[in-house]
Design a binder for this molecule. Structure first.
Ligand code: KG4
Length: 339
């Protein structure tokens, strides 16, 4: 018998609800919060308030778009963490209330696991382009940069991670230094497409194992611009595209070096990307080229499932439902939920 799961995501600044029938997506509604743009980053209190306003209409639309009725839902899955506490509380409280009112099992989902499992969301029954176990997943977002060894839907392990800033943070912070609006990642991507990636060079970290570090790059970028601006106050304006292309290339070089090492050491050739930064065109292209060169089979999530969305929460909920992994009404969110 088919299983229909309602997923809720509210960990940061996107309110999202999705309905999944087995592994096939029926609806995925995301309400973005433009309110943060004026502040150059997410303002936690404003995010919580916006979630509070959005959650009911978003869930209502997800159920409507899916063409189902509430009584067909088998369970409700929600993001328990990691994320902003005020934001998580809205989704968690909603899910608990919905479960209680409709007598449904409640399923907690780790937001980071969900990003990895986004690869298993099917557009229709015929969609068969999912990674085979075990695979490596490079999870790169505004808050995380990790290499995950995925053994099964519910069995995964971080084998490398950032010791300071995340890759998305490096994009966003460097963009801010250049005077670009938040979030800077997509803009750098766009400008980089027309620039020369070899025009400037920035420092790359030298740290052991499969770990990452981006704080040195951020500082080197800041000093580089400071020095150039002393010589020419229009330096950024005149060289914007080349600066973006060179910065993007450096970030991709750093990410790929450790991913290649991890793939070599583990002998795994199934390699996936996940998280907001996986929308980056340069990163996607590099991965595709590496696939040819190293004999990898690569998986890049559909654009709608790279940034925060509830479809990935619902698919994670589906696998947990099959495993009967439910939580009770005492569950509370965790801003720093461990992987
Ligand atoms: O996964 P995500 O939506 O949010 C969390 O961090 O949870 O990722 C957002 C991050 C931001 O840092 C944003 O700048 C980055 O993903 N991002 C990009 C691109 N699109 C989004 N970075 C580089 N290139 C892009 N095209």
């Amino acid at each position: 018998m088919s299983v229909i799961i309602l997923g809720i995501e509210s960990s940061c600044d996107d309110t999202s609800a999705a309905v999944i029938k087995d592994e096939v997506i029926l609806s995925n509604v995301v309400a973005n919060q433009d309110v943060h743009q004026a502040y150059g980053g997410v303002v936690p209190e404003l995010a919580s308030r916006a979630h509070q306003q959005n959650i009911i209409p978003v869930v209502d639309k997800a159920i409507h778009d899916a063409g189902i009725t509430k009584d067909q839902i088998a369970a409700i899955a929600f993001t328990r963490g990691p994320g902003l506490m005020g934001s998580l509380l809205v989704g968690t409280s909603f899910a608990k209330g919905f479960a209680l009112a409709n007598d449904l099992p409640l399923i907690e989902v780790n937001h980071l696991h969900a990003h990895v499992l986004a690869h298993f969301i099917k557009e229709d029954e015929q969609d068969a382009n999912q990674p085979k176990f075990p695979f490596l997943c490079l999870l790169v977002s505004g808050g995380n940069s990790q290499i995950v060894l995925v053994r099964d839907h519910l069995n995964m392990e971080i084998i490398g991670q950032t010791i300071d800033d995340a890759a998305g943070e490096a994009f966003d912070k460097c963009a801010k230094v250049m005077g670009l609006p938040y979030p800077g990642g997509p803009l750098i991507d766009k400008l980089a497409a027309e620039g020369n990636p070899d025009m400037f060079s920035f420092s790359k970290p030298n740290i052991p194992d499969y770990n990452y570090s981006f704080s040195g790059l951020k500082t080197s970028f800041l000093y580089f611009l400071r020095d150039e601006l002393k010589k020419d106050t229009d330096f950024i304006e005149k060289n914007k595209k080349d600066i973006c292309a060179s910065l993007q290339k450096t970030i991709i070089d750093v990410l790929m070096k450790k991913l290649i090492l991890a793939a070599k050491d583990t002998g795994i050739k199934e390699v996936a990307l996940a998280g907001g930064v996986s929308a980056n065109t340069g990163l996607r292209d590099r991965l595709t080229n590496l696939a040819d060169e190293l004999g990898w089979k690569t998986y890049i999530p559909k654009f709608a499932y790279t940034t925060d969305n509830a479809a990935m929460i619902a698919i994670n909920g589906y696998y947990k439902y099959l495993n009967r992994e439910f939580v009770n009404q005492e569950v509370a969110p965790f801003a720093r939920l461990v992987f």
